[in-house]
Design a protein around this ligand. Structure first.
Ligand SMILES: Cc1ncc(COP(=O)(O)O)c(C=O)c1O
Length: 380
């Protein structure tokens, strides 16, 4: 049996997304910047996709910029947000994805900003009092705090953070890569200045993404070149990626509640079965809390075991189960997780992130639990 439980790393593409993309690999090959009919038909399709994304998020098409993915969108928002708005201080947390953390660290190394990383407790909860104190002490700040964490699933309260940022006149960027396509984002009411998406996290194509920037917080371009994306991103558009991400988002919104109900039930069953089957099992961050963490992520901390020490992911892989030990994007290299380190996680315990999608079944969960029970029964 093969089980794919690494959906926070990437998801299988929806057949309907592939169907939507195919004509743009075959018949509609014009360059969207060309003024002839071959170009115009592709330009029209791109603008239709932009309108669709904007409608779903309750934004305007002028606020949506297509990118190569979440990483580029984060880089653009942060580097250009800082530069355009004369920002001198940024506030983030040690739990952010490297697309945010490394970008801000480079800005700091170049002397553009002073960087504050907020304290988090052992469950990965951010110190909100420290956020307010830091905003008060540093008038010209940018806040970058993710909507939900890709490793432990903790969901941050964007309304609370955004209201504080607004109160102190700060620019608020949120990395929404893990929630886009899984939760509703209503940008008319959500107090954020910029958010991002990566299409491959919600059954769209890899190498597709977008950046939303609120219209009264316009920023300079990150990539210079042609006039594509209304001068915000030079380079011939990834047409199939744009068609694909818009279709994937449309499908996600069509039955978001249904997907959530299905996946949440899998996660609940997984938690209960592990608690019943493996003594001393724990869950990292808030991932055991179905309301305060992503329904797509469960981060399991297993008791110290000689047979599995450092080998857990390998042993699961041998059993046909694909899961992840840290941030998906840098998995493969066993460099350890900066998120679990920030939580002071006991290094003697092995952790594994199981992440789910609407394509997973209860049989997948039961199989993984059985295999984990076998692996940990070795020493029983
Ligand atoms: C929270 C978060 N931000 C950013 C990224 C990077 O997105 P992309 O792979 O589309 O560049 C990821 C990917 O894992 C992520 O989980």
């Amino acid at each position: 049996m093969k089980v794919y439980f690494d959906n926070a790393a990437t998801t299988a593409m929806d057949e309907r997304v592939i169907e939507a993309m195919l004509p743009f690999m075959k018949d509609h090959y014009g360059n969207p910047s060309s003024v002839h009919s071959h170009g115009r038909e592709v330009r029209t399709a791109i603008e239709r996709s932009r309108k669709k994304v904007a409608e779903l998020l309750n934004a305007t098409p002028a606020e949506i910029f297509f990118t190569s993915g979440g990483t580029e969108a984060d880089n653009t928002a942060l580097v250009c947000g800082i530069e355009t708005h004369g920002i001198t201080h940024a506030i983030t947390s040690p739990l952010e994805h490297h697309a945010v953390l490394h970008t801000l660290e480079v800005c700091e190394q170049k002397g553009k900003i002073k960087l504050t990383k907020l304290d988090v407790n052992e469950q990965g909860v951010i110190d909100m009092d420290q956020l307010e104190a830091s905003l008060k002490a540093n008038p010209n700040s940018l806040v970058s705090l993710m909507h939900a964490n890709n490793e432990i699933g903790n969901i941050n309260d964007l309304n609370k953070i955004g209201s504080l940022a607004k109160e102190y006149g700060a620019f608020f960027h949120s990395d929404t890569v893990q929630t886009m396509g899984h939760y509703v984002h209503d940008l008319k009411s959500l107090p954020v200045d910029s958010i991002v998406a990566g299409g491959h996290k919600f059954h769209g194509p890899k190498g597709s993404g977008f950046l939303y920037v609120r219209k009264d917080k316009k920023i300079h371009p990150f990539i210079h070149g042609g006039a594509q994306e209304r001068n915000m991103r030079g380079g011939t558009e990834n047409v199939i990626g744009i068609i694909g991400i818009a279709k994937a988002l449309e499908l996600a919104y069509e039955d978001m509640a249904g997907h959530e109900t299905h996946v949440k039930a899998l996660k609940k069953h997984f938690i209960e079965s592990l608690k019943a089957g493996i003594p001393d099992v724990e869950f990292n961050g808030l991932s055991e809390d179905l309301d305060k963490s992503l329904y797509t992520v469960l981060n399991v901390s297993l008791p110290p075991s000689e047979a599995n020490a450092g080998m857990l992911l390998f042993n699961l892989d041998l059993a046909g189960i694909s899961a992840s030990g840290g941030s998906a994007c840098s998995s493969g290299a066993t460099v350890g997780s900066h998120v679990l380190r920030a939580l002071n996680h006991n290094p003697e315990r092995d952790s594994v992130r199981f992440s789910f999608s609407r394509y997973n079944t209860i049989e997948d969960v039961d199989y993984a639990v059985e295999k984990l029970k076998e692996l940990y029964a070795v020493e029983a």
